[in-house]
Unconditional design. Structure first.
Length: 192
């Protein structure tokens, strides 16, 4: 049976719009994969994740440093995204201390979204069997990745929301036909 991808998104409170955007972006992927998304400040979940994502803006805040340390200590794949903004001294030190991470710089939320979706697509292609990707889904994802790499910013989902809808707070995205959906309900549905 396919495994849900356990993703941890580490970001300080100032990066809530970015975290919200990344949570929404996962649901846009053209493949049927389930996700379990955890977020700062749930340090205990770092050890259980399959993939660790860290997003930093101009400054770093606790417990992001501890979460990155724990992800490195438990040898998790880490995708690091750093805004192109000028950094505070603490933010500069954090990047210097973690220079070995392959940081992707982004100028704004649209660039972050594209980089994140491209990295997630590559991750899924590399681990497709574990997460139950079919051959057709793999080819669809390769085409999607190719389009992402060729495209520039576009209006719509890349534009940040004026208010959060909950996608940045962690959660579960079910893959119909692959995940057990007993007891699941759509957001907005009334209790049975």
């Amino acid at each position: 049976m396919a495994t849900q991808v356990r993703l941890f998104i580490s970001a300080g409170p100032h990066e809530d719009p970015a975290r919200e955007l990344l949570g929404r972006a996962l649901a846009e992927l053209p493949v049927n994969v389930g996700w379990i998304i955890k977020r700062t400040p749930d340090v205990d979940s770092v050890a259980e994740c399959h993939l660790f994502v860290v997003v930093i803006g101009p400054d770093i805040s606790a417990p992001v440093g501890l979460e990155v340390w724990w992800a490195r200590r438990t040898e998790k794949p880490i995708f690091g995204y750093a805004s192109a903004a000028n950094r505070t001294p603490a933010g500069q030190v954090f990047l210097q201390e973690n220079v070995t991470l392959d940081w992707t710089r982004f100028a704004g939320l649209p660039a972050l979204r594209r980089a994140f979706l491209a990295d997630i697509s590559r991750f899924l292609l590399a681990h497709g069997e574990r997460y139950g990707l079919t051959v057709v889904e793999g080819e669809t994802l390769r085409g999607y990745l190719s389009l992402l790499e060729k495209s520039g910013p576009r209006p719509g989902p890349e534009t940040p929301l004026t208010e959060a809808t909950g996608a940045g707070g962690g959660g579960v995205i079910l893959a119909p036909g692959k995940d057990d959906m007993r007891g699941a309900r759509l957001i907005g549905d009334k209790e049975p």
